[in-house]
Design a protein. Sequence first.
Length: 134
Amino acid sequence: YYVCDIPENIFYDQRRRHYRTIIHITARPNIILTSEDILYRGLVEELSQSGAGIILVEEPEIAQREEIGCGIELEGEYTLACPVKIRHLEEKFAAKSSQWTLGVEFASLSPAQYRPLQRWLMDIERKRLRSGAV
């Protein structure tokens, strides 16, 4: 029998509402994150209807649960621009350099933004199935 205090807040930083599509390295869209007039450029590694997994090569000066600006350049000359919440931030070490992986959640997508994203994701999944990739 144990007794403990219930915390005032519980954060579920990596809960996902939608399946994340893994994007092949040759098809990864560019992403630009903006925080306090600082631009961070990277690539989208995974994408879903509610968030993304991002790779950055420079160290970001942002924190978990922070809300920042985001622009993802999808194929077909469409840029998805919306605020995102940082859910996960981790430095990964490679042989000659390090990179940072971020998990973000789209803060507010309008139906006009949601439809092109959904079409793009379905197209990527179709291409993966046709190529035999799992």
